[in-house]
Design a protein around this ligand. Sequence first.
Ligand SMILES: O=C(O)Cc1ccc(OCc2ccccc2)cc1
Ligand SMILES: [Zn+2]
Length: 267
Amino acid sequence: MSLDWGYTDDNGPSTWAEKYPLAAGARQSPVDIDTSKATSDNSLVDREIDWSYPSNCSYRIVNTGYGWRVDTYGDDTALSGGPLSEVYKLEQFHCHWGATNDEGSEHTVDGKSYAAELHLVHWNSEKYSSFKEAASQPDGLAVLGVFMEIGNADNAELEKIISLIPKIIHKGQDSQASFDLDFGSLLPESKHYWTYLGSLTTPPCNECVIWTVFKEPITISERQLEVFRSLKSVGEEDAIEPEEGKLVKNYRPPLPLGNRVLRECGP
Ligand SMILES: O=C(O)Cc1ccc(OCc2ccccc2)cc1
Ligand SMILES: [Zn+2]
């Protein structure tokens, strides 16, 4: 069964616009962050970006066929300040990675890729009544992008998620877990970031995202990244060779920033 879209040569990012016309828009993500083009903006400093996530929450981790995704039940979550005019709720978070460690992030910085990129997806619950409705609005979603670089030590918070991946190797599998996830540990210490108006980085590529990409990466170990790459893009019932269907890459390369403003907060 051929997928509508994916990351292989015949259904990858260069083909998406055929079935998802928004993918050819002028406000697409990701972008290469050309640091020489970033402009400082005091309003970003005056209203520091702020988040609050519960320390203990129940989660569902699912293999979407394009990677793992943790669905949160965002009741007592909140993201505000910085480039945001309203309060946004956390809907889900997921990750993008590559086949080798010299690629994998979606955003790049002066042409440099990181090994992976974590996305925490929030929706504007002050203005809209659902995630779905928000995803059709220009200020509907706020995604925090966190670069991940290879380090010697395992990332302890990510390990709680990684320990569940063997239960969701095939597309469509999910696992319910209630673990004490400290989101703060999934974010870098520094709150310095770049921000710009963009889109979903996967079809339907809606141009509904206010992006905040942190400057400081977090670390992940090579072993942990290999666990991500062990996920499969096909269901358990799809009879394929063991090595086939492995999700070794699920990132979209950068699109032109065009005449969009790229702002930064912090050096
Ligand atoms: O990759 C990203 O972080 C962007 C992104 C964020 C949320 C997301 O949700 C799936 C989805 C959103 C709207 C409509 C259909 C599907 C899909 C992509
Ligand atoms: Zn993403």
